[in-house]
Design a protein around this ligand. Structure first.
Ligand SMILES: [Zn+2]
Length: 343
């Protein structure tokens, strides 16, 4: 075996074992380096010393060895390249050279924002937040609120009952929290708001939801009058919508207040003159309110001869709808980011 062939074989063996391009580079220098490469040197110097008959053979062998080593180096380099690319997919979870996706920042849902805003508005005038269970019994949801069995305002058609005896219900309003608050706090003054979810067996459409959020308010103290109630509602509406908006109360009937009213917010588009968005009324229905019925105070353990109280309630969705001109209640619950991002 000639020297050139031996050098070729040892170069090929080294190439086969090389683990990366740095090692291949070293092998290339060792065998093919322009001056000191083992194969190059043989080509340049070795041949000169031989007699002409041997030169051709040795030259050819050395050239063949050189080409074989070059080809082996190229093949090994492309193998390394391929396995590096495969490894990126397999082993590297983060390619730090790749631009990252931008992280989106979320924010509270519009209903949470409005609820929070209302909590802050009422906190400023001394109201605290009171909570109650969403699963209620007949006493708290109806009976204690002066809505005995058979009462027209019970809305049995709209109630989700959780038992066959119709004693356990998903609360149909936040008003049961009034009774629970009176029981818990005991002696007035009582100034609370109760935001929370309520349930109605309504068919889902643009103006009805099977569950929604209400905000209940209750004040019990000595000498409270309808004037205090109206002042409180006016303060709320103006805090939420601006000082130019006012409140209107219309007589109504609820079992748990006497007298009872529905209250409206002045339309922000026409300022009470009447326009298309308020149906020509100039006012937008907002909620219900009234002076707490003496029997309800008694049911909450409060002496109605000494104390009086007022209460109100409205849908938080309704308030958000008035604030942001949303036309369909369902949008609040569809979680469509195109909608949610606007607020
Ligand atoms: Zn209007």
């Amino acid at each position: 075996m000639s020297d050139a062939t031996k050098l070729r074989d040892s170069a090929l063996a080294a190439i086969a074992k090389a683990r990366d391009d740095t090692e291949l580079e070293a092998i290339e220098v060792e065998y093919l380096g322009r001056r000191d490469g083992k194969i190059s040197r043989q080509l340049l110097s070795g041949i000169a010393q031989l007699d002409p008959s041997q030169r051709a053979t040795l030259g050819q062998e050395a050239n063949e060895a050189k080409r074989a080593v070059e080809a082996a180096l190229a093949a090994r380099r492309s193998e390394h390249q391929a396995s590096r690319l495969a490894d990126i997919g397999e082993t590297e979870e983060i390619d730090i050279t790749f631009p990252g996706p931008s992280l989106e920042r979320g924010h509270a849902h519009v209903l949470s924002q409005v609820r929070k805003e209302l909590e802050v508005i009422f906190a400023r005038i001394g109201y605290t937040v009171e909570e109650g269970p969403e699963i209620e019994n007949d006493w708290y949801n109806f009976e204690a609120l002066n809505l005995p069995k058979g009462h027209a305002s019970r809305d049995v058609q709209e109630t989700f009952f959780l038992d066959a005896n119709e004693e356990i219900v998903l609360r149909t309003h936040t008003s049961p929290v009034q009774i629970r608050a009176m029981e818990r706090i005991g002696t007035p003054p009582i100034y609370i708001i109760a935001p929370g979810r309520v349930y109605r067996r309504d068919n889902l459409d643009a103006t009805h939801l099977p569950y929604f959020m209400q905000l209940e308010g209750l004040a019990v103290d000595e000498g409270l009058t309808v004037g205090d109630l109206k002042g409180t509602l006016l303060y709320m509406v103006q805090s939420l919508f601006g000082r130019e908006r006012s409140v209107r109360m219309r007589p109504h009937h609820f079992g748990y207040t006497e007298p009872s009213y529905e209250f409206d917010t002045m339309c922000g588009r026409c300022m009470g003159k009447g326009c298309r968005s308020c149906g020509g009324q100039g006012w937008l229905e907002t909620g219900g309110c009234g002076m707490v019925h003496p029997q309800v105070l008694r049911n909450g353990g409060i002496d109605p001869d000494r104390y009086s109280g007022y209460a109100w309630g409205f849908g938080i969705e309704r308030m958000a709808l008035l604030k942001y001109d949303v036309e369909d209640l369902r949008l609040f619950y569809e979680n469509d980011l195109r909608f949610n991002r606007q607020f």
